[in-house]
Write a protein that binds this ligand. Structure first.
Ligand SMILES: [Zn+2]
Ligand SMILES: [Zn+2]
Length: 167
Protein backbone atom coordinates (compact mmCIF):
# COMPACT_ATOMS: atom_id res chain seq x y z
CA UNK A 1 0.00 0.00 0.00
CA UNK A 2 1.40 3.37 0.94
CA UNK A 3 5.00 3.88 1.90
CA UNK A 4 5.79 4.41 5.54
CA UNK A 5 6.48 8.02 6.34
CA UNK A 6 7.41 8.99 9.88
CA UNK A 7 5.40 11.87 11.29
CA UNK A 8 6.72 13.74 14.31
CA UNK A 9 3.28 14.28 15.81
CA UNK A 10 2.28 10.65 15.89
CA UNK A 11 5.72 9.18 16.40
CA UNK A 12 5.27 9.10 20.15
CA UNK A 13 2.19 6.94 19.91
CA UNK A 14 3.88 4.46 17.62
CA UNK A 15 2.92 3.96 14.00
CA UNK A 16 1.74 0.80 12.39
CA UNK A 17 4.14 -1.09 10.16
CA UNK A 18 3.76 -0.25 6.48
CA UNK A 19 2.33 -3.66 5.61
CA UNK A 20 -1.27 -3.67 6.58
CA UNK A 21 -3.97 -5.88 5.14
CA UNK A 22 -7.08 -4.32 3.67
CA UNK A 23 -9.26 -5.88 6.37
CA UNK A 24 -6.81 -4.43 8.88
CA UNK A 25 -6.32 -6.13 12.18
CA UNK A 26 -5.04 -3.43 14.46
CA UNK A 27 -2.27 -5.11 16.40
CA UNK A 28 -0.79 -2.30 18.41
CA UNK A 29 -3.47 -1.46 20.92
CA UNK A 30 -7.01 -2.68 21.10
CA UNK A 31 -9.09 -3.77 18.17
CA UNK A 32 -9.79 -1.40 15.30
CA UNK A 33 -13.25 0.12 15.18
CA UNK A 34 -14.85 1.14 11.91
CA UNK A 35 -16.57 4.52 12.07
CA UNK A 36 -18.33 6.76 9.64
CA UNK A 37 -18.84 10.46 10.06
CA UNK A 38 -20.69 13.36 8.52
CA UNK A 39 -21.09 17.07 8.91
CA UNK A 40 -24.40 18.58 10.00
CA UNK A 41 -25.69 19.31 6.49
CA UNK A 42 -24.43 15.97 5.15
CA UNK A 43 -22.29 17.28 2.28
CA UNK A 44 -19.15 15.88 3.85
CA UNK A 45 -19.05 12.24 4.81
CA UNK A 46 -16.15 9.92 5.51
CA UNK A 47 -15.15 6.54 6.86
CA UNK A 48 -12.15 5.52 8.91
CA UNK A 49 -10.83 3.05 11.40
CA UNK A 50 -9.83 4.07 14.88
CA UNK A 51 -8.47 2.64 18.09
CA UNK A 52 -11.30 3.44 20.53
CA UNK A 53 -8.83 3.68 23.41
CA UNK A 54 -7.22 6.74 21.78
CA UNK A 55 -10.04 9.24 22.31
CA UNK A 56 -8.81 12.44 23.91
CA UNK A 57 -9.97 15.86 24.96
CA UNK A 58 -8.09 19.06 24.25
CA UNK A 59 -8.64 22.10 26.47
CA UNK A 60 -6.26 24.40 24.58
CA UNK A 61 -7.51 27.87 23.78
CA UNK A 62 -7.25 27.23 20.02
CA UNK A 63 -9.62 24.27 20.34
CA UNK A 64 -11.99 26.36 22.43
CA UNK A 65 -12.13 29.03 19.71
CA UNK A 66 -12.18 26.66 16.75
CA UNK A 67 -15.00 24.57 18.19
CA UNK A 68 -16.89 27.50 19.70
CA UNK A 69 -17.16 25.31 22.77
CA UNK A 70 -15.36 24.45 26.01
CA UNK A 71 -13.08 21.74 24.63
CA UNK A 72 -12.54 19.47 21.66
CA UNK A 73 -12.83 15.68 21.57
CA UNK A 74 -10.74 13.91 18.95
CA UNK A 75 -9.67 10.44 17.91
CA UNK A 76 -6.89 9.75 15.38
CA UNK A 77 -7.71 7.59 12.37
CA UNK A 78 -5.50 4.54 11.95
CA UNK A 79 -2.83 5.07 9.26
CA UNK A 80 -4.22 4.77 5.75
CA UNK A 81 -7.80 4.11 6.87
CA UNK A 82 -9.42 7.49 6.24
CA UNK A 83 -11.64 7.71 3.16
CA UNK A 84 -13.55 10.83 2.18
CA UNK A 85 -16.89 9.59 0.82
CA UNK A 86 -18.46 12.86 -0.24
CA UNK A 87 -17.88 16.60 -0.24
CA UNK A 88 -14.77 18.75 -0.38
CA UNK A 89 -13.92 20.28 2.98
CA UNK A 90 -12.63 23.79 3.31
CA UNK A 91 -9.16 23.87 4.84
CA UNK A 92 -7.85 26.32 7.38
CA UNK A 93 -4.15 26.09 8.18
CA UNK A 94 -3.56 26.73 11.84
CA UNK A 95 -0.06 27.61 12.98
CA UNK A 96 0.59 26.79 16.62
CA UNK A 97 2.85 28.71 18.98
CA UNK A 98 5.44 26.00 18.37
CA UNK A 99 5.29 26.72 14.63
CA UNK A 100 3.57 23.38 14.01
CA UNK A 101 1.03 23.63 11.17
CA UNK A 102 -2.23 21.68 11.03
CA UNK A 103 -4.80 21.63 8.26
CA UNK A 104 -8.22 22.00 9.87
CA UNK A 105 -11.04 20.77 7.66
CA UNK A 106 -14.60 21.93 7.97
CA UNK A 107 -17.74 22.04 5.87
CA UNK A 108 -17.98 25.25 3.85
CA UNK A 109 -21.74 25.00 3.98
CA UNK A 110 -22.62 24.22 7.62
CA UNK A 111 -19.27 24.94 9.29
CA UNK A 112 -18.93 21.60 11.08
CA UNK A 113 -15.28 20.85 11.92
CA UNK A 114 -14.58 17.34 10.59
CA UNK A 115 -10.87 16.63 11.06
CA UNK A 116 -7.36 18.06 11.27
CA UNK A 117 -4.26 16.59 9.69
CA UNK A 118 -0.70 17.41 8.72
CA UNK A 119 -0.80 19.87 5.80
CA UNK A 120 0.66 17.40 3.29
CA UNK A 121 -0.73 15.54 0.27
CA UNK A 122 -1.56 12.22 1.93
CA UNK A 123 -1.46 12.63 5.68
CA UNK A 124 -1.09 9.25 7.39
CA UNK A 125 -3.55 10.08 10.13
CA UNK A 126 -6.55 12.35 10.61
CA UNK A 127 -7.67 13.78 13.92
CA UNK A 128 -11.37 13.03 13.64
CA UNK A 129 -13.83 15.25 15.46
CA UNK A 130 -15.69 12.81 17.67
CA UNK A 131 -18.95 14.75 17.49
CA UNK A 132 -19.21 13.94 13.76
CA UNK A 133 -18.90 10.17 14.25
CA UNK A 134 -21.85 7.80 14.16
CA UNK A 135 -20.51 5.76 17.09
CA UNK A 136 -19.55 8.73 19.28
CA UNK A 137 -21.62 7.51 22.24
CA UNK A 138 -19.26 4.53 22.51
CA UNK A 139 -16.14 6.67 22.45
CA UNK A 140 -15.05 7.60 25.91
CA UNK A 141 -12.00 9.84 26.27
CA UNK A 142 -9.02 8.39 28.08
CA UNK A 143 -6.84 11.51 28.24
CA UNK A 144 -7.28 15.27 28.40
CA UNK A 145 -4.58 17.74 27.47
CA UNK A 146 -3.89 21.42 28.02
CA UNK A 147 -5.74 21.32 31.32
CA UNK A 148 -3.97 24.51 32.36
CA UNK A 149 -6.28 26.43 30.01
CA UNK A 150 -9.41 24.38 30.71
CA UNK A 151 -12.50 26.40 31.55
CA UNK A 152 -12.76 25.84 35.32
CA UNK A 153 -16.32 24.51 35.20
CA UNK A 154 -15.63 22.11 32.34
CA UNK A 155 -13.81 19.61 34.56
CA UNK A 156 -16.91 18.81 36.58
CA UNK A 157 -20.49 19.08 35.32
CA UNK A 158 -22.05 17.11 38.17
CA UNK A 159 -23.49 20.22 39.82
CA UNK A 160 -25.10 21.56 36.63
CA UNK A 161 -28.88 21.16 36.54
CA UNK A 162 -30.05 18.46 34.13
CA UNK A 163 -32.94 18.34 31.69
CA UNK A 164 -33.79 15.55 29.27
CA UNK A 165 -34.45 18.11 26.56
CA UNK A 166 -34.17 21.89 26.07
CA UNK A 167 -34.21 23.53 29.52
ZN1 LIG B 1 -22.00 20.45 6.11
ZN1 LIG C 1 -6.38 21.90 21.29
Amino acid sequence: MRGYRPLPETAKQGILPSTRSASSEYRQGEMAMKVSGRCHCGQISFEAEIDPTQVRICHCTDCQTLTGSAFRTTVPSLPGSFVLRSGIPKIYIKTAESGNRRAHAFCHECGTPVYAAAPVANPPSYGLRVGTLDRRAELRPTRQGWCRSALPWSMDLTGVKRFERQP
